[in-house]
Design a protein around this ligand. Structure first.
Ligand code: ADP
Ligand code: ASP
Ligand code: MG
Length: 479
């Protein structure tokens, strides 16, 4: 079997969902399980409705809900000549959502648990629509409720799946359907605790759902269908010269996802690595294109780095010790505090008396900062970003870091924290968020763009007294 996950833009309207059926059909002999995200923008809009309801702006929330209802009903109308019984659920869900928003407004409070409940509606709606659309096109699609199969802890808004019950339930629920030639359709992103309370796997979590399902069933491959032609040398929205990576190893791709390459949820590769299942990133608007293959072993990159990732919304917390703890005790206390608050430091640099930690702004709660203040003087700087250059073979290459920081210095970009070597496959550093587009563009030009490298090649050619016609053979290629 295979898993095919369609992201928000790949199910955003009737045309996108029509394409989904065209992409699924030729793969029917491979027994696909289809996983879908909410239609593009729906999760954001659900979140803002819930927040509005909690902030005594119920009317604004209900107005947005009417827009959401219209959008879903218009897609149904365009896709299905006669809506079948499965779609009665869509109406029920929309009414239920209205009740939930009223409840939030009455309480004037939005807890993480209620947030997950509200956010689950996006995928609940889209999965029903996709199931009906596939069915109407002669594909034997059957809706499977992800909340019955993916079991997580109760860490609402970024719940962690519990491996054993999840694997068991997925196997028990999906295997018989696949054997019967059915195409199970599941909502990505959402799950439930063992007691059946809705949870979500963190923003962008449908990729993770697909990988969890793929690992549980021993899929032949996992396909992530999205709006770009694969994993690219950097975010194409930041740099128009970004190019598709043909094949990339699990380790490099995981590092990219962790450091902000939104194309994959950071946890996606954990289940894939566990079962050694190749993951393909493909463009649902150009389904015939080859995309990117992520697998255990990849050919060595011909460029120094494989890719550049950028993660914005970072906070740098500097803690200065009053010396009474001594260097060891101080660092231990800082990391214990981070652990207690469930915070992962993305980048750390230390001296004897101080430590700087770059954290996701969402994680750096006031509780954490309050506890760190017990250990020393705390200063915070916001609007920071981490840039991470990923490349498996940078270790042992002399002068790579110098070239990176030279490039930034030439663009007058100030670097706050630097780390190389934690995973031995990346160089990471913190800059101002506003400098990200320029930094990425400059670094991409320096390390990936053939024209830039060609000038370097000509210098070598002159030295060797070879004709410059060698240059094309030495062109930078990605892969
Ligand atoms: P989906 O809704 O299909 O899950 P996402 O918006 O979550 O899609 O992820 C796709 C987006 O990821 C792309 O539109 C692109 O802007 C962004 N992205 C960031 N880094 C990369 C990268 N290295 N390669 C490809 N896309 C990237
Ligand atoms: N719909 C969810 C989100 O927007 C999950 C996903 O699309 O992967 O975060
Ligand atoms: Mg995504």
């Amino acid at each position: 079997m295979i898993v095919m996950k369609f992201g928000g833009t790949s199910v955003e309207d009737e045309w996108a969902i029509e394409r989904v059926s065209q992409i699924v059909r030729p793969r029917l002999p491979e027994s696909p399980v289809v996983v879908v995200s909410a239609m593009a923008g729906v999760t954001d809009s659900l979140l803002s409705m819930a927040r509005a309801a909690a902030a005594a702006r119920l009317q604004a929330a209900l107005k947005d809900l009417r827009g959401l209802r219209r959008r879903h009903l218009a897609v149904i109308e365009a896709l299905l000549r006669k809506p079948g019984p499965g779609l009665a659920d869509v109406f029920k869900l929309l009414d239920e959502l209205q009740d939930v928003l009223r409840g939030i407004a009455a309480l004037g409070e939005l807890t993480p648990r209620t947030t997950d409940h509200v956010l689950s509606f996006g995928e609940l709606l889209s999965s029903r629509i996709v199931t009906a659309a596939l069915g109407a096109r002669g594909i034997a699609a059957e809706l499977v409720d992800s909340r019955d199969c993916i079991v997580t802890d109760a860490a609402h808004t970024s719940a962690v799946p519990l491996l054993q019950p999840t694997d068991e339930r997925l196997g028990a629920r999906l295997q018989p359907l696949l054997l019967a030639g059915k195409v199970p359709v599941m909502a990505g992103f959402i799950a439930a605790t063992i007691d059946g309370v809705s949870t979500t796997l963190g923003r962008g979590g449908s990729d993770f759902s697909a990988a969890i399902i793929g690992a549980a069933l021993g899929a032949k491959r996992i396909e992530i269908w999205t709006d770009v032609e694969g994993m690219m040398t950097t975010d194409p929205r930041l740099c128009e010269r970004a190019r598709r990576i043909e094949v990339i190893g699990f380790d490099e791709a995981a590092e990219m996802a962790y450091f902000g390459a939104k194309v994959l949820h950071p946890a996606t590769l954990i289940p894939a690595i566990r079962k050694n299942i190749a993951v393909y990133v493909l463009n649902s608007r150009q389904p015939e294109r080859p995309g990117t293959c992520i697998r255990a072993r990849a050919p060595r990159s011909r460029t120094t780095f494989r890719a550049i990732a950028a993660k914005t919304g970072m906070r740098v917390v500097n803690v200065r010790s009053p010396r009474r703890l001594g260097a060891n005790g101080f660092l231990r206390a800082v990391f214990e505090t981070l652990e207690r608050h469930g915070c992962a430091a993305d980048l750390v640099s230390t001296s004897e008396v101080s430590v700087s930690i770059a954290l996701d702004l969402v994680q750096a709660s006031s509780g954490l900062v309050g506890d760190l203040k017990q250990l020393g003087d705390v200063e915070m700087e916001d609007a920071k970003a981490i840039i991470c250059l990923v490349g498996k073979h940078i270790r042992g290459q002399v002068g790579v870091a110098a070239r990176v920081f030279d490039t930034l210095a030439a663009a007058n970009i100030n670097v706050h924290m630097i780390s190389q070597g934690a995973s031995e496959i990346n160089i990471g550093f913190v800059i101002e968020e506003r400098d990200v587009p320029e930094a990425v563009k400059r670094l991409h030009q320096r390390f990936f763009e053939p024209k830039h490298r060609a000038s370097g090649v000509q210098v070598i050619s002159r030295k060797l007294k070879r004709p410059t016609s060698n240059a094309p053979a030495l062109r930078a290629e990605v892969g």
